[in-house]
Design a protein around this ligand. Structure first.
Ligand code: ADP
Ligand code: MG
Length: 321
């Protein structure tokens, strides 16, 4: 095991990969008197070993947060620790603990993927015998393209090339800002596979996205950011469970559709549909069975029922619109 690989297994004592405490950022727009809070008192803990999705509409502050971690934006206040290191006290170690895949597809068009990784390894002063250029290229599925001209690489390959570059110094944390923006569906799947493989190897993954499908598919933790504030941060399954609503869609016979609804059904605030009605309820308070019993007791024949539980997109819209 090389010293670089060892880091994967040295988890911080508190098992937190990234800890943000009271983090705020105000950009000083020149000539503009009202300052903008891009981030406002962010408290967030990203557990080591997870795939963490940072979601939010455009302008929510996702890139500002990532860029503070990358060291390209200076925070206004609050504290940041990365893999147990404080950003103010140990900025270099923080940087070493993170690999960042930027959103822009900037690659060195005059270098082959192999040369590009070797060059990056040189910049990190990684001794030749400790470099893992071939292994990294294999991990991102670019072995065949190792010696190809970079300009012949497709968009998806270029993105994977950037993932490879971010992993050259074997950081325990990999951060991807909008990794699949502009990447087509087939290549998106390939990239997700790479991300999963890295996570299986012990790398903590943080990604920002506005594709909810991506978060639903990949992430085990999700935080939703809006106007620079954390609206929610939970495991994905807790988030889906906590939505606090479920829809029961009831179809009734044709001849009962004109019948006025009795008071005990009206009390359930039904939404009328062409086939019957939908009753929205909180699964912590009642159940589909209890509601169906009330409907039956009120004299309705039930032709069909279906239930609908909100997905990540519904929750996202509830919290951000
Ligand atoms: P996101 O990545 O979620 O789309 P950003 O972090 O890019 O959001 O932006 C958050 C807010 O900060 C936005 O209102 C944006 O206009 C503002 N902002 C971002 N970068 C700068 C900057 N360099 N100068 C001034 N305002 C900025
Ligand atoms: Mg952004």
């Amino acid at each position: 095991m090389t010293p670089h690989q060892k880091k994967f297994f040295n988890t911080p004592d508190d098992n937190i990969a990234i800890r943000l405490t009271g983090l705020s950022k105000t950009y000083n727009a020149q000539g503009v008197s009202d300052k903008k809070n891009a981030l406002e008192n962010i408290n967030l803990q990203i557990p080591a070993g997870c795939i963490f999705g940072l979601l939010g509409p455009n302008g929510a502050g996702k890139s500002t947060l990532i860029n503070i971690l990358a060291g390209t934006v200076i925070k206004s206040s609050g504290s940041v620790t990365v893999w147990g290191e404080d950003l103010d006290k140990n900025p270099r170690q923080c940087k070493a603990n993170i690999g960042i895949v930027p959103q822009e597809l900037n690659i060195d068009v005059f270098l082959t993927p192999y040369e590009s990784l070797e060059f990056t390894a040189g910049m990190y002063n990684i001794p030749r015998h400790e470099r893992q250029t071939r292994a990294i290229l294999e991990m991102v599925g670019l072995t065949e393209q190792s010696h190809a001209y970079a300009r012949t690489l497709s968009g998806g390959m270029r993105r994977r090339m950037l993932v490879a570059k971010a992993m050259v110094h074997s950081p325990p944390i990999l951060i991807l800002d909008e990794p699949t923006a502009g990447v087509d569906v087939a290549l998106r799947q390939k990239l997700w596979e790479n991300v999963r493989n890295l996570n299986d190897a012990g790398v903590t993954i943080v990604l920002t996205t506005h594709y909810l499908e991506e978060a639903e598919e990949l992430c085990d933790h999700v935080a939703i950011l809006n106007y620079g504030k954390v609206m929610v941060s939970k495991t994905k399954s807790d988030l889906l469970k906590s939505a606090g609503r479920k829809d029961l869609n009831v179809t009734i016979p044709e001849n009962q559709k004109k019948q006025p609804l009795p008071a005990n059904i009206k009390a359930l605030n039904p939404i009328l549909t062409s086939n019957g009605f939908i009753i929205r309820f909180n699964p912590e308070e009642t159940s589909s069975g209890a509601i169906l019993k009330k409907i039956g007791d009120a004299g309705f024949k039930i032709v069909d029922v279906s239930t609908y539980q909100p997905d990540l997109e519904d929750i996202f819209l509830d919290l951000t619109s």
